[in-house]
Design a protein around this ligand. Structure first.
Ligand SMILES: NC(=O)c1ccc[n+]([C@@H]2O[C@H](COP(=O)([O-])OP(=O)(O)OC[C@H]3O[C@@H](n4cnc5c(N)ncnc54)[C@H](OP(=O)(O)O)[C@@H]3O)[C@@H](O)[C@H]2O)c1
Length: 196
């Protein structure tokens, strides 16, 4: 069933008619091998927020795709800036989407993966404290976790040794570690610095 603003296929060949959730699911899909997908909303003139938040730029079809892509992934990657600013809560999926995941042999929820150099993270934030699956924090070798963070998340160190990149997470090493842990299909929700 399709409700609200329809989503139509325009590429590679336009197809008239609103896409249903199962059709969208099949089009976005999951790949056989490791995969990193990014999902981001921007205005026509390049803004990434309206009044400081992404929600103002995001319409109903965007939110529909946002939820659907979460359903498809093994790991949901977000940068610490966006996690803090947008007040990320625990990952939640509808019963139908959880059932779909179970049918595919997937964990009921994707694992939240937070990228942070400073580890300026609040273990009481709902994204950690209420998480249905223990989150992962990707950081670098010298980062000092705040009290309690290791109680609610796996802190993985994959920092660079490069003098010109102190405090940076080696994202290539981080992705390899996530894949080693079985998180092959990754969805990254930003923000802009992490995408950069
Ligand atoms: N339009 C959209 O779809 C959308 C999506 C997401 C966010 N946003 C908006 O973007 C804004 C937040 O952006 P932001 O500038 O804070 O960027 P961001 O990319 O969300 O966060 C930057 C932070 O992520 C961590 N980080 C990213 N890459 C890293 C690396 N390689 N190594 C170490 N740490 C890394 C650092 O955290 P530490 O400071 O902890 O070291 C850094 O300060 C908010 O206004 C949010 O609403 C918009």
């Amino acid at each position: 069933m399709t409700v609200g603003t329809p989503i139509e296929r325009i590429w590679p060949a336009p197809v008239t008619g609103a896409l249903t959730d199962p059709q969208l699911t099949a089009l976005y899909g999951r790949t056989a091998g490791p995969h990193l997908r990014v999902n981001f909303v921007a205005s026509a003139d390049g803004a990434v927020t309206l009044d400081g938040y992404s929600a103002g730029l995001s319409g109903e079809p965007d939110k529909r795709v946002f939820g659907l892509l979460r359903m498809l992934c093994d790991g949901l990657v977000v940068a610490a800036g966006t996690l803090r600013h947008e007040g990320y809560r625990a990952v939640r999926l509808s019963p139908e989407r959880r059932a779909w995941r179970r049918e595919q042999g997937l964990a009921e929820f994707p694992t939240l993966v937070v990228v942070s150099g400073s580890l300026d993270l609040d273990p009481a934030q709902a994204a950690f404290a209420d998480a249905p699956v223990r989150p992962i924090v990707l950081t670098h070798a010298d980062a000092v976790p705040p009290p309690g963070l290791a109680d609610v998340a796996d802190v993985i160190r994959c920092g660079t040794d490069q003098a010109d990149a102190p405090g940076r997470v080696d994202l290539v090493a981080g992705l390899a570690e996530l894949r080693r842990r079985g998180l092959g299909q990754l969805l990254c929700e930003g923000g802009p610095h992490l995408f950069g």
